[in-house]
Design a binder for this molecule. Structure first.
Ligand code: 4NP
Length: 162
């Protein structure tokens, strides 16, 4: 199994959408039985909450199920998951801090390491859409979809999946 955890701050906007999009991409390729896919937040601000209604609505528009319940990143994630995918640089820093010596147990990447449409000198962050309108969520969805497709291609090569 390839175990992938998407991580943002609150686990109600970006990472639940990334989880839903990546599950759909994997299912569409017939690879669902090869993956465990989950999401978490570096904070526990929204522990137990469903995803933000704007993330759920955005998913629905593109046939993506966004049904995660917010949870905070926990120590066992650092050993149970093979890939932690941070949505932005502050998430990445917080993951490093929380993992401490268990950092060697997983690969830490950023979602937009796999975005092939970042303009020269542009940020690698998936911006936090929490304070934006629905349009901010659509932009985030587009970044996540582009990156997710390329991330899956990367994993298929790395793990010899056909
Ligand atoms: P997320 O967005 O990290 O994409 O889930 C946020 C949601 C809530 C808060 C911050 C970011 N908050 O501060 O409550």
């Amino acid at each position: 199994m390839i175990n992938v955890l998407f991580v943002c701050l609150g686990n109600i906007c970006r990472s639940p959408l990334a989880e839903g999009v990546f599950k759909k991409l994997v299912e569409d390729e017939g690879l669902a039985d090869r993956f465990t896919i989950d999401s978490a937040g570096t904070s526990g601000y929204h522990d137990g909450d469903p995803a933000d209604p704007r993330s759920i609505a955005c998913g629905r528009e593109y046939d993506i199920i966004v049904d995660s319940i917010s949870r905070q990143l926990e120590p066992k994630d650092f050993t149970e998951f093979d890939y932690l995918v941070a949505m932005d640089e502050s998430n990445r820093q917080n993951i490093l801090k929380a993992a401490g010596n268990t950092i060697k147990g997983f690969k830490l990447v950023m979602m937009r390491d796999f975005d092939d449409e970042i303009p020269a000198g542009g940020s690698k962050d998936v911006p936090d859409p929490y304070w934006s309108g629905q349009d901010g969520f659509t932009k985030v969805y587009e970044m996540i979809l582009r990156s997710g497709r390329n991330f899956l291609e990367h994993l298929k090569k790395e793990h010899n999946l056909t």
